[in-house]
Design a protein around this ligand. Structure first.
Ligand code: G6P
Length: 622
């Protein structure tokens, strides 16, 4: 679970590899390393910790090589230290491997290779690949064949980059159920786990399909299936989308991204809804092209025939899915299940040709989410992806995509992509409800009009940032924080707790407010802040009663509530206010004070808010 890069051409490889790695640091930042071939000699340079450590090392070593591979790691097998950092070499020191994913049968292979005399230097599953390729290479000195024979023995889902000192004019790449992109420039080639990293150099992209090996040279790339049969595919020209690393004057990317939310919503809404009195339109074309670039390809008859909706996602995207359930059930009268994608593995997935399965994934690369959607597709379900990256793995496996307009989200903790995913669910629910005749035209118009006002209401919350910061810091020393909410704002409570944990490392839990009395209330005392999301609507009174239960245990009382709510003002020590809005739309607002609260507490505590410890933005292992 990591990022892989490569470069081969006339330029010095190290700066290119570093620049590509910078784009992939969101995939992990436990360690980074490169392997380059210079004057016929393979050398590996690697360092535990952030990419800046590798950068410093390369500044001292100054490799002049023009070919190399690189890696940024999120540790799965073996602690994050120099030894376990990639690239890994074979025993002869002539082959180097970088790896993303998991080799499931690595222990068995390791034992076998140890018996054959190979000596292991790390705890990683990756090292078996280096030794295995080396072993196979001895047979006929044909690196491509050695890789193909090795791949036949590897189990799991993975992507690999391989270089060999005896073949300094080639890089080999292997893709098994992952994403790998080759960028083809003028007499130079690039490799990366994410096309975004190569797009800074070229827009001619060749994506590896699910079981393919590429032999990359400076003049191009040859593709082979796992049986060694050559595959011919033309590169595609990708829209230029430079990766801009710019904090725009903010102290952290996270704060900038929180502030970008109104803009992101305007763009996402505007893309799919030209006017409140027009139907939502999910078909998107580019450059005046007649053929849709992406969109929803369901007929009205198919939409009317959906009997169930199944949502799969992980992390923050799962919380967006929970809000999606409320919206779709309420507006479209379709039963909806939401599942944590990793929980579906090994279970019977009860979907069929009358089910629509929706995968929500900012990156479109989360392995568990991809696996769940693939399984649903195999079982005959209709599929749909909500993502920020149409060029991702998710974009490859479903023809139906809703693409959020967030730009790149650099900070590991999701903020703007969460509200954009929520917005996608509002648009989808309105669209399906209209097609199914589940809402009157008047109600549809009202919903769309309200959705259009949300960015402006968000701006009003962000304008109170100084006040939110001041109030938040009163709770910076807490060891435990409880978040509660009901109905549509139960997911907000979960997301609030997740944000605080991720950013500040303070233990936090989110609960359905009605569940507090069934156990969690035992943890409450005067040292525990309880954040209650309580906005006018069907669950307002009941949520207030649940908050009273917390108050009776002397908990520190914080509310997220609408402006001017006097009942709330009397009962809570701190109130973060949002403008009044129909309850159905409140999750688009209530989460904002929680994001700011988490940010300011984490920053006050001196935490690395953009790259919190142990996390990765895109988790490509199951
Ligand atoms: C990681 C990130 C989370 C994110 C989750 C799902 O755990 O740290 O912020 O919500 O993956 O990512 P996805 O790209 O599928 O939305």
């Amino acid at each position: 679970m990591c990022g892989i890069v490569g470069y081969l051409g006339p330029a010095q490889a190290a700066p290119v590899l570093l620049s590509e790695l910078r784009c992939l640091e969101y995939r992990g930042y436990d360690s980074a390393g490169v392997a380059v071939i210079e004057d016929g000699q393979l050398s590996v340079m690697k360092a535990a910790g952030k990419l800046s450590n590798l950068e410093a090392l390369l500044l001292t070593k100054k490799p002049a090589a023009t070919v190399g591979i690189g890696h940024t790691r999120w540790a799965t097998h073996g602690v994050p230290n120099d030894q376990n950092a990639h690239p890994h070499m074979d025993s002869t020191g002539t082959i180097a491997v970088v790896h993303n994913g998991i080799i499931e049968n690595h222990e068995e292979l390791r034992e076998d290779l140890i018996k054959k005399g190979y000596v292991f230097n790390s705890e990683t599953d990756t090292e078996v690949v280096a030794h295995l390729v080396s072993y196979e290479y001895k047979v006929d000195q044909d690196l491509l064949q050695a890789i193909l024979r090795s791949v036949a023995k590897l189990q799991g889902a993975y992507a690999l980059g391989i270089v060999c000192q005896r073949h300094p004019d080639k890089i080999y790449a292997v893709n098994r159920h992952y994403s790998l992109a080759i960028g083809l420039g003028e007499h130079e080639s690039f490799l990366a786990s994410d096309s975004m990293a190569v797009r800074q150099y070229t827009n001619k992209i060749l994506k590896l399909e699910q079981s393919e090996v590429a032999e990359i040279s400076a003049s191009g790339a040859r593709l082979f299936d796992f049986d060694g049969k050559e595959v011919f595919r033309k590169p595609v020209s990708m829209e230029s989308n430079p990766y801009i690393i710019d904090k725009g004057g903010y102290k952290h990317f996270l704060l900038k991204e929180i502030h970008e939310q109104p803009l992101v919503l305007r763009k996402t809404i505007g893309k799919y809804m030209s006017h409140a009195n027009k139907p939502v339109n999910f078909v998107v074309t580019h450059n005046g092209d007649e053929t849709p670039s992406y969109g929803l390809n369901f007929t009205d008859e198919e939409i009317k025939a959906f009997e169930r909706i199944h949502i799969v996602a992980c992390g923050t995207a799962y919380h967006a899915g929970l809000v999606g359930k409320y919206l779709l059930e309420d507006l479209c009268s379709i039963p909806v299940d939401v599942e944590i994608a990793s929980e579906i593995r090994g279970r019977r997935m009860l979907v069929n040709e009358k089910t629509l399965t929706i995968a929500v994934s900012q990156s479109g690369e989360t392995a568990d989410t991809i696996a769940a959607l693939t399984e649903a597709k195999l079982r005959g379900s209709y599929t749909l992806g909500i993502t920020n990256r149409p060029d991702s793995h998710l974009g490859q496996i479903t023809p139906n995509l809703i693409v959020t307009e967030c730009g790149i989200e650099v900070s590991v903790a999701a903020t703007k992509t969460y509200v954009a995913q929520l917005t996608s669910f509002y648009l989808l629910a309105i669209y399906l409800a209209e097609v199914r005749g589940a809402v009157t035209p008047e109600r549809a118009l009202q919903l769309k009009t309200t959705l259009n006002t949300i960015p402006m209401l968000q701006e009003r919350i962000l304008a109170k940032e100084v006040e939110i910061r001041k109030s938040s810091l009163k709770y910076a020393e807490a060891h435990d924080v409880v978040f509660i909410g009901r109905g549509l704002n139960f997911p907000t409570a979960l997301e609030g707790a997740l944000k605080l944990k991720e950013l500040s490392y303070i233990h936090a839990s989110g609960y359905a407010a009605g569940e507090l009395k069934h156990g969690p209330i035992a943890v409450l005392d005067a040292n525990v802040p309880v954040v209650t999301v309580v906005v006018p609507g069907v669950v307002y009174e009941k949520t207030l009663s649940n908050a009273q239960e917390a108050r009776a245990r002397n908990a520190q009382m914080i509310a997220v509530a609408v402006e001017g709510d006097e009942q709330v003002a009397k009962m809570f020590d701190t109130v973060f206010t949002i403008p009044a809005v129909e309850e159905l739309f409140s999750p688009l607002l209530t989460v904002l004070p929680m994001q700011l609260m988490s940010y300011y507490i984490a920053d006050y505590l001196g935490k690395d808010v953009d790259q919190p410890r142990n996390l990765a933005k895109s988790v490509t292992v199951e």
